[in-house]
Ligand binder design. Structure first.
Ligand code: GLA
Length: 385
């Protein structure tokens, strides 16, 4: 990761002047997967992994962005009447400028350098961290006020419309609003958030399966379509439902015959996952780590069997973790088809757990997992130092 001094030095070398610095974190989701775009409940936390942006305003309407990781500079004209995606990393940057401008924000040109420690393709939201750091940086460069809920929504819009990924609000929202030492239980309909402290007797351990299957974004959009289909088919009998959030497990069971087997199982994941999130938030807040862990295990089974978004390597990683001493629960986190798992582990057992997972996963798959215990961070803001 670029230190503050390295970032400033690189910026001076590239652009010959002084920047201000912004940081925006990646995230881990403890429970509540694919529920966000169903108006449901999620419980993410912001990570130490983050994108850092060095920014300085320009007097014209040009955005110039350099990615330290890719070693590439790209330019964008804020006055381009019909901006087109380029199908590469710059879409996450310029898409945010397009979304902000579309919402009436009068931006100025800017020189930008971005560097990130969020591993790409790991399911820890490297793209949201990039979008949010850019959005915050562009608003600050133009001297505009920053509303963190609005920023999250506009970054999501950039990803939906400019990048073409129909993601929900989770990643951008937690990157904007993360809270130190807490997960946030978020109602994705009202965007109300409830901070849930991470019990000091437990650690959150993230293990990277080191695989990322290419079908991820196509399958993601298909899952979303199945959820919409379920709502369309259930609405005539259930009345004014807007999303699967409005369907209870009992109502789904009673009307199972209206849905194909696949659509029913997709809906069952969402409907049951929403209940698990609500219960897990109470369990974690009330110190019932065993219950919270059991709900995480059930969430994994539901993602694997009903929503079918896991994969062999992730299942191996979860199976290894769930059997180790001191583990309350373990599940895949993020969009799916690879990426990371999150485990809730007794604090005193965490080191031994990480070592045991590393060894067992390598023995089983030949892959070397990156594993770390995380402490939740604040959302986007100025980077001091
Ligand atoms: C991705 C999306 C989120 C969310 C998760 C699954 O990270 O960006 O909006 O849907 O997948 O929970």
């Amino acid at each position: 990761m670029f230190s503050v001094d390295e970032l400033k030095a690189k910026f001076r070398e590239l652009y010959g002047r002084e920047p201000f610095l912004v940081r925006a974190p990646g995230r881990v989701n403890l429970i509540g997967e694919h529920t966000d775009y169903n108006d449901g409940f999620i419980m993410p936390a912001a990570l130490e992994y983050e994108t850092r942006a060095a920014v300085a305003p320009r007097t014209d309407r040009i955005l110039r962005v350099h990615s330290a990781k890719i070693g590439e500079t790209a330019e964008f004209d804020l006055d381009d009447p019909a901006p087109q995606p380029r199908r590469d990393w710059t879409d996450y940057v310029f898409g945010v400028a397009v979304a902000l401008a579309g919402a009436g924000k009068r931006l100025t040109g800017a020189d930008i350098l971005v560097a990130s420690s969020v591993p790409v393709g790991s399911g820890l939201s490297s793209s949201a961290a990039l979008e949010v750091s850019i959005g915050y940086g562009l608003l600050a460069a133009a001297g505009l006020p920053i509303d963190l809920v609005e920023l999250a929504k506009l970054c999501q819009k950039a990803e939906n419309e400019f990048v073409g990924m129909r993601c929900g609000i989770m990643d951008q929202f937690i990157s904007c609003n993360g809270q130190h030492d807490h997960a946030l239980m978020i109602d994705c309909r009202s965007l109300d958030k409830r901070p849930v402290p991470i019990d000091p007797r437990a650690r959150l351990v993230i293990a990277n399966s080191m695989v990322h299957h290419e079908l991820a974004s196509g399958e993601y959009n298909k899952r979303r379509a199945s959820c919409e289909e379920a709502v369309r088919l259930l609405a005539p009998v259930l009345g004014p439902i807007r999303a699967l959030r409005d369907v209870t497990p009992a109502a789904l069971e009673a009307n199972k015959a209206l849905l194909s087997d696949v659509t029913y199982r997709r809906a069952r994941h969402i409907v049951s996952e929403n209940e698990r999130v609500l219960e897990a938030a109470d369990a974690l807040a009330g110190g019932d780590l065993a219950r919270c862990g059991a709900l995480m295990n059930a969430s994994h089974a539901s993602m694997r069997d009903d929503y079918e978004i896991s994969c062999e390597e992730v299942d191996v990683l979860v199976d290894i973790a769930q059997k180790l001493p001191g583990v309350f629960g373990s599940r895949m986190t993020g969009g799916g088809f690879g990426g990371c798992t999150v485990s809730l582990v007794e604090a005193g057992a965490a080191d031994a757990f990480m070592e045991a997972v590393r060894v067992a996963y390598e023995t089983a798959t030949g892959l070397k997992s990156t594993i770390f215990a995380c402490s939740p961070q604040q959302g986007v803001g100025p980077l001091e130092g």
